[in-house]
Design a binder for this molecule. Structure first.
Ligand code: CTP
Length: 403
């Protein structure tokens, strides 16, 4: 980072505060000047010493505290972004109504920079009419909401109200600083794994979670792009974590995804096909459940190839459009690279991101290594990291390659 931006991390009194320690660490590591302002009650969850050690700055909870340090006006004036995580129902209410009764709410009131909040509370509090009104008011004022998401709550219940993951919060904060580079560009992203139905209860599918494609869609959206996501069987909680302005089109099968891709591609500047698409579909869909035949020791299915969506878009693309795809390969890294380079030459896409998949690599929430090659199979980039970091780097590489 050329200039060190100041990011203020506000911490509300929620159990999720311990996760915010990871956000602070990651922001410091990314080169930001991070100041943590906990609410007085939140110190019961994570103490002052921890925040001080992680941020490298003194920690103040009240405005009359910083006798020889920085005051709330100074902190607010020099802040480039404020992120509140966890944001409790009480804290959202105080921010909405301009109540400034501790250091954090004073700084928020005095600041003139983007404000992001990651709510965390029980479902009943999130759905309460007061909270709904406060959320609406804050959104209307341009406050960015990160989550909450569905999942296990500290009460032991399940439901909406869980704080968004540390990765999501981090990428939303990073997005504030990257915003503008894709302003108003239209981007098509496919993600997930298609399912080809055999009968009313069975399908041929794959183990793709859709997480990588979802992260790519998120990065584009955070940088100002208008994103259309073709989502093949992605868990709803993962989709719920996306910025609300992404258009999500459910495309369960390869054929549905192909149709939707052809419909939307002409108006897009970039298409990134990250979905794991079935190469074959059953020749016939059985309307009744297929029955086991007693005594038969073999069972055959007749399959026919699906359309190659990536190759089709690549063949139709105009000179002002860019098409990127993935090559998910198994084997040693050398074999993976070679297979990916052959695929790049075959498919005609501008960029192929080659990654290694298998039992423990590439699917789900794991670190991955990716190599980018052009249409001729020449290496144009190599990246490693978790899916959020990779998505960031991939989006940056696409930016460099744009016609
Ligand atoms: N893809 C596609 N349509 C298909 C199959 C794949 O658009 N019917 C796209 C994927 O979204 C990905 C790229 O093609 O961007 C490569 O997918 P992959 O499964 O690695 O390759 P395949 O073409 O299916 O080849 P193979 O299974 O033989 O490795």
């Amino acid at each position: 980072m050329s200039e060190r931006h100041r990011v203020i991390v506000g911490v509300g009194a929620g159990i999720a505060a311990y996760k915010t320690t990871n956000v602070v660490r990651a922001l410091v590591k990314a080169g930001f000047d991070v100041w943590v302002i906990p609410t007085p009650d939140s110190l019961k969850m994570v103490g002052e010493v921890t925040w001080q050690a992680l941020s490298g700055h003194p920690v103040y909870t009240q405005v009359d505290e910083p006798k020889s340090g920085v005051g709330h006006i100074e902190l607010a004036r020099d802040a480039s972004a404020i992120v509140v995580a966890p944001a409790t129902a009480d804290l959202l209410a105080r921010i909405t109504h301009g109540i400034a009764n501790d250091m954090l709410t004073n700084v928020i009131l005095a600041a003139n920079c983007p404000l992001l909040v990651a709510p965390a509370m029980h479902t009943s509090m999130w759905q309460n009419a007061s909270t709904r009104d406060n959320v609406q008011t804050l959104q209307d004022r341009g406050v960015r909401f990160i989550g909450p998401v569905k999942g296990a709550l500290s009460s032991g219940d399940q439901g909406i109200g869980r704080m968004a993951s540390e990765d999501t919060i981090l990428s939303e904060v990073l997005g504030v600083f990257a915003s503008g580079s894709w302003q108003n560009q239209k981007i098509l992203v496919s993600a997930g794994g298609t399912r080809e139905p055999l009968d009313p209860v069975r399908f041929l599918g794959n183990r793709s979670s859709g997480r990588f494609g979802v992260e790519i869609a998120r990065q584009f959206a955070l940088q100002g792009a208008k994103v259309t996501l073709l989502a093949a069987n992605i868990e709803s909680s993962l989709l719920a974590s996306l910025p609300a302005d992404i258009t999500v089109i459910p495309t369960a099968t390869a054929a549905q995804m192909h149709r939707a891709a052809l419909e939307h591609f002409p108006t897009m500047q970039v298409a990134v096909m990250a979905a794991a698409v079935a190469d074959y579909q059953p020749v016939e869909f059985q309307t009744q459940k297929i029955k086991k035949i007693p005594g038969e020791n073999q069972f055959s299915l007749q399959l026919r190839p699906t359309a190659d969506i990536l190759a089709d878009l690549a063949s139709k693309k105009r000179t002002d459009q860019l098409v990127a795809g993935f090559a998910a390969e198994t084997g040693s890294w050398e074999q993976v690279l070679q297979l990916g380079q052959e695929k790049a030459r075959r498919k005609g896409a501008d960029i192929i991101f080659i990654n290694q998949v298998g039992e423990s690599a590439g699917f789900g929430d794991v670190a991955t290594k990716v190599c980018a090659v052009d249409q001729q199979g020449r290496q144009i980039g190599q990246f490693a990291g978790d899916k959020t970091q990779l998505a960031n780097q991939l989006v940056a590489l696409i930016r460099e390659q744009i016609p």
